[in-house]
Design a protein around this ligand. Structure first.
Ligand code: G4P
Length: 527
């Protein structure tokens, strides 16, 4: 029992977010090195091909290989068992990111010190805020010419709207980067560059050590003294409670490539974050330390291995322990299932697991029964975790198969891809599946759809872009979708769950519908 509690207490599950190229992969790799999960840098797969795939969707197969191998990594460090969730950097996959964040308890945001907050940082950060999870900032690439640190902090505060608290403070940058001042310990971690591809040396010197002036040089030493005073005077106190509620972001400066400042960051991060927290369900809060196993599906990845035509459902364990061969109850499916071949990812290799605890992510073989958001739990308990919202798609296509003989494959393919969350599909009200309206958040998803239907289901499709830009789920008492007073270019549809929606060509028409229909409510996402 004590061991069971300890296992969960030591779990830390977080996601890493960044604008492409800020250094997410490099930082992850350094974490893994500390954990001893990999022997040398350069083993985290997919860095190069990921970039390639984003600009060239024909490489989508490759890209999925990466998002899988790097989607969940587990390693141990200093008595902690750490689960890192990777998030796709491309904005077209922000829905995927949201789902991944549902499985995380906190996020690490990597920022390039020469660029500050970038477009994709903003998008990803917003997604974190939707869940109020703690966000830790790592300002990377201090070994290169960087923007002024005060400016970087202001940028984060103003653009992202979160308060910041620097845990350490950089001394110079680029060629004159001398290290960081660790505020709490009143000491300097000095940086000695050892050339490209080599780790930097890091040495500790106390602030009151007379040698410090020599190490930093007069100018940087004097600047540091001023900065220290300013930081202590200006910033508010560090408040861990605010951090844990996503209201204050602890900021760290460092250089992932030269492995400088990464270990102190990891150590602080592990201390400031919590073990898995309770999750909400329709039967109240679910305690992670409860002995009853429960988990929810946050991601489904089909055909990871083409030779096997398999589908993997990724689950976040929310309470208890999973043991090999255990039978669980699939709430949405209404029946017992055996979780087959649960896997965990270790630096790119998957391993079959015998046991896993609250906080862990397991990938189980899915014979086509799971959907995103589904709950599985011990047979004696039957509750559902809060659903994962579906985002409003912004691009729409009418899709049908070229060869009408392939109808079966077409229906199977589109339904499975929708179940997986890769696309959303809508139908005419009371219509069939001969042709469907596909909605996506980012247009790259259309390419994925076409490519995957052809390659995995053998179906060629015809896609016709539709002029709609907005979609709203319809609700409200006494509202009948069929008799709504709407403009002629607004379309009535339904989703796979039978919910009614309206497609609009412009935002003006949304207002028009609201103005002309008493009691009508329009939702931007459905739960
Ligand atoms: P990402 O996953 O966020 O997209 O970024 P990634 O780690 O791939 O890093 C992007 C580029 O930035 C890489 O260079 C990487 O080596 C470099 N980089 C990461 N951290 C640091 C740092 O602390 N300092 C410096 N100077 N560079 C850093 P690349 O040339 O694109 O790739 P590669 O040839 O190094 O593989």
């Amino acid at each position: 029992m004590a061991q069971f509690t300890k296992e969960i207490e030591n779990r830390r599950t977080f996601a890493i977010i960044s604008h492409p190229d800020a250094g997410k992969t490099t930082l992850t790799e350094k974490f893994l090195l500390y954990g001893g999960a990999i022997a040398s840098a350069g083993m985290v797969k997919g860095k190069k091909s990921m970039k390639h795939a984003v600009s060239d969707w024909m490489e989508i197969e490759k890209q999925r290989g990466i998002s899988v191998t790097s989607s969940v990594l587990q390693f141990e460090y200093d008595g902690y068992c750490i689960n890192i969730l990777d998030t796709p950097g491309h904005e077209d996959f922000s829905e995927d990111t949201y789902r991944t964040l549902m499985a995380a308890d906190s996020a690490v945001m990597v920022i390039d010190a020469s660029k500050g907050v970038e477009k994709q940082t903003i998008k990803l950060f917003k997604v974190c805020m939707m869940r109020d999870i703690p966000v830790f900032t790592f300002i990377n690439k201090m070994d290169r010419e960087a923007r002024d640190p005060y400016e970087l902090m202001t940028d984060i505060e103003n653009v992202l709207g979160i308060r910041t608290y620097p845990i350490n403070w950089p001394i110079g940058s680029g060629k004159s980067f001398k290290g960081v001042y660790e505020r709490d310990q009143e000491r300097v971690l000095s940086f000695t560059y050892n050339g490209i591809g080599h780790e930097a040396d890091a040495e500790i010197t106390a602030m009151d050590d007379p040698k410090l002036r020599d190490i930093l040089g007069d100018e940087l030493y004097n600047n540091l003294m001023d900065d220290r005073e300013l930081l202590d005077g200006a910033g508010g106190d560090f408040d861990l409670d605010l951090v844990r509620h996503g209201k204050l972001s602890p900021v760290f400066f460092g250089s992932a490539l030269t492995n400088f400042g990464v270990e102190p960051f990891l150590e602080n991060f592990l201390k400031m974050t919590t073990s898995p927290l309770p999750r909400q369900s329709d039967a109240g809060e679910v305690d992670p330390f409860s002995e009853d196993f429960s988990a929810f599906v946050f991601k489904i990845q089909a055909n990871m291995n083409k030779a096997h035509r398999d589908r993997i459902a990724f689950m976040r364990i929310c309470s208890g322990k999973y043991e090999k061969g255990q039978e669980v109850y699939h709430v949405q499916g209404g029946r017992k299932v055996k979780l087959s071949q649960p896997q965990q990812m270790m630096a790119g290799d998957s391993e079959i697991v015998d046991e896993a605890f609250a906080g862990d992510i397991i990938g189980v073989f899915d014979p086509g029964v799971f959907s995103i958001g589904d709950t599985v739990c011990a047979s004696s308990k039957r509750f559902q975790f809060e659903g994962i919202p579906t985002f409003a798609p912004e691009h729409f296509c009418l899709v049908r198969q070229k060869d009408t003989m392939k109808r079966k494959q077409f229906v199977k393919g589109t339904s499975q891809l929708a179940q997986e969350g890769a696309i959303q599909i809508f139908q005419e009200i009371d219509g069939g599946m001969e042709e469907v309206i596909v909605g996506v958040v980012g247009t790259l998803q259309f390419d994925v759809l076409e490519h995957r239907l052809k390659n995995e289901y053998g179906v060629d499709i015809i896609m016709e872009r539709l002029p709609y830009q907005y979609i709203r789920w319809v609700s409200g008492e006494n509202v009948d979708i069929k008799t709504l007073d709407i403009s002629s270019d607004t379309k009535r549809v339904q989703d796979l769950k039978g919910n009614y929606l309206l497609l609009f060509t412009n935002s003006w028409n949304i207002q028009w519908a609201l103005d002309h229909n008493d009691g009508l409510e329009l939702q931007e996402f459905s739960r």
